[in-house]
Structures are given as C-alpha cells and as structure tokens.
Design a protein around this ligand. Structure first.
Ligand SMILES: [Cu+2]
Length: 337
C-alpha cells in the first residue's frame, strides 16, 4: 500500500535508512511533545475551570517537577546530537578506497568525468554496492548536487572542490536535482543516476574511448610545461611530484598541510597562496589557462603517480632537510622557463 502512496523517496543507498531513522525519531519526539502539550491544555482548561466560590491556590514550585523536565529533555537532546553527528560524520567521510568521479557543474548542466575516462552529461553511471566519491566543482555559480534516493546533498562551489559519497544498494534510475537556485533554468538542471549491477557497469565503464583520466592528465602535464619544472630525476626547479598526493607538505610560512584535491587545485590556480618550503616561488599561476576539466585531469594524474606511496616520512623530511638544493636555487623567479 505504501508503494502507491510514497511518503519517502526510495531508499537506494546505505545512508538512506540511517537518515530516515533519525528523521522518524525527530518526527515521533516532536509529535509526542505536541500531543502532550495539547492534552494538558485541554485537561487543565476543564479541570481548573471557573467555579463559583472556589479560589485558586498559590503553588510555590516543585523541585522534583523541575528536575524531571530538565533532565528528560537534556537526555533526549543529547541522544539526538550524538546520533545526528554519527550520521553526519559517516555522510561526510568518504571511505578511502572509493571509486572517484569528477563532477563539474555549470549553468545549467552536470558534466561528469570518471577516473576511467568515461564522460557523460546529466547522467551518472555507478555500480551497485561500491563506494563512490564525487569530487565536485562549479564553473560559474553555486549549485548543489542532490540525490533524494541516496539522501545526500552537497553544495558545489566555484573555485574549490567539495566532496560527497554514497554506496548505492539497488539497481535503478534515480533523480538528480540541483538544489541551489542558480538562475533561470535552475529547475531544468536535473539528471539521472543510473545504478547498474557490476557486470553491466564494467561493460559500460570499459567502453571508454579516451583512456583513463590520469592519462589525459599526464598529457596535459606535458603540454602545459609542468613537466619542465616538475621532474622525477630531482633536476627540476620544482619539487618532484611523485608520491606527493595524500602526504603532508611543509609550507614556506610554517604550516603543514595535506596534499589533497583542494591543495593540488590551489597549487595550479593560485600557487602564491601555498608555497612549498625550500623552493623559489617561481611557479606561475595557471588561472584562466586551464579548464575545470583539465584541472580535474591533472589532479587525477598526480593521484595516479602517488598511489604506491614509498616512504612518506622520508620524503617530507628529505624535502625540508635540503632547502634550496644547489641545482634548484633560483633568484626569485628571474629565469622562469
Ligand atoms: Cu544549479
């Protein structure tokens, strides 16, 4: 019967029932409180109604009552808080070995690039039962990637990456909506999430004509001249990027940051904001020279040459221990290129 009268979108991800359970709990608590208040209102109105000759008697407070109505709500609210944070943190933390998909939003469409090289528009093919991490950015205004059946929604911002993840549990086609008003055709910024069983998905994903995204990235890396400064033989003027992704990086200003997607993105588009310690600030900005898709491909490439991390600690210490190695010293960018 509930199938003909759906109160909820289908539950098609591992997170869906957890979000629903919390929501139902909030509804029940809220409903019970409303019921309690209304009942007491009616009961008291009847019980303490005006009767000739009867005077109200002044009550001086009740410690027992006050403790009860403080402690019970406190316990309930703490339960909601702990439960809500547990759901929130699992929704916010993509599992480490997720399949990665890059999403670029623009007025008014969703462009999707799979790490394997497949591209699609307003459609996202994913396998059932596998963790999928979406690495998203926008080419223009703020959008929001919303899949009701998965109970996930995340703003997609220009100028940086935001991330969301899911594990689909049921094959099928589900709605994708933009959930942030983004201009006149915002309501048309929709798409399909196509969840396939693994065999169909493999067939689909391997039909890619362009090769993996990381290979595209490697090509761009050479074309834009990144490879002239970033060389693997340590003779370049920039740091060797092999193994950098995912490791801590010591910056010139003393900060230590993790080389994640946003770090790499910033290095390319705004290198001045985070200079690696021990190197001359000669890296030029590529703002305006690369498209969002190219940045994504570069990120995928740098990830691909870092998957087999050798010795993380060794690498960072080696880098910070040799500031301005003789071959690399540059008088502040005077001989760029
Ligand atoms: Cu939008």
């Amino acid at each position: 019967m509930l199938n003909n009268f759906p109160l909820w979108p289908v539950q098609a991800s591992t997170l869906a029932h957890r979000v629903d359970a919390l929501y139902i709990f909030l509804l029940v608590i809220g409903g019970l409180m409303a019921l309690l208040v209304c009942t007491l209102l009616i009961v008291f109105a009847a019980r303490f109604r005006y009767r000739p000759g009867v005077r109200a008697e002044q009550i001086e407070g009740s410690t027992a009552l006050e403790i009860t109505w403080s402690v019970i709500p406190f316990v309930v609210f703490m339960a909601i808080f702990v439960w809500g944070s547990a759901v929130y943190f699992s929704e916010r933390t993509p599992p480490a070995d997720s399949t990665e998909v890059y999403v670029v939003a623009k007025q008014w469409m969703w462009k999707v690039e799979h790490a394997e090289g497949q591209r699609e528009i307003n459609e996202l093919h994913v396998p059932v039962g596998r963790d999928v991490k979406l690495i998203m950015t926008s080419q223009d205004v703020i959008h929001s990637f919303y899949i009701p059946a998965f109970r996930i929604k995340q703003d997609v911002l220009p100028g940086r990456y935001t991330v969301e993840w899911f594990r689909a549990t049921k094959p099928g086609v589900y709605h994708l909506f933009c959930a942030e008003y983004c201009g006149t055709q915002h309501s048309g910024m929709v798409g399909d999430i196509v969840v396939q069983d693994p065999a169909h998905y493999e067939a689909w994903i391997n039909g890619s004509p362009s090769g993996p995204l990381s290979a595209t990235g490697e090509k761009i890396f050479a074309e834009l001249g990144c490879s002239t400064c970033h060389r693997s033989d340590a003779q370049g003027r920039g740091p060797d990027l092999q193994g950098v992704y995912g490791t801590p990086v010591q910056l010139e200003d003393g900060r230590i940051v993790t080389a994640d997607e946003n770090y790499v993105r910033e290095c390319i588009l705004d290198p001045g904001s985070k200079r690696v310690k021990g190197f001359a600030p000669i890296m030029p900005t590529f703002q305006g020279l690369v498209s969002e898709e190219q940045v994504n491909a570069l990120v995928a490439y740098l990830k691909s040459i870092s998957t087999s991390k050798p010795a993380e600690g060794a690498r960072t210490s080696a880098r910070t221990a040799t500031p301005e190695a003789p071959g690399k010293a540059q008088p502040n960018g005077s001989q760029v290129q």
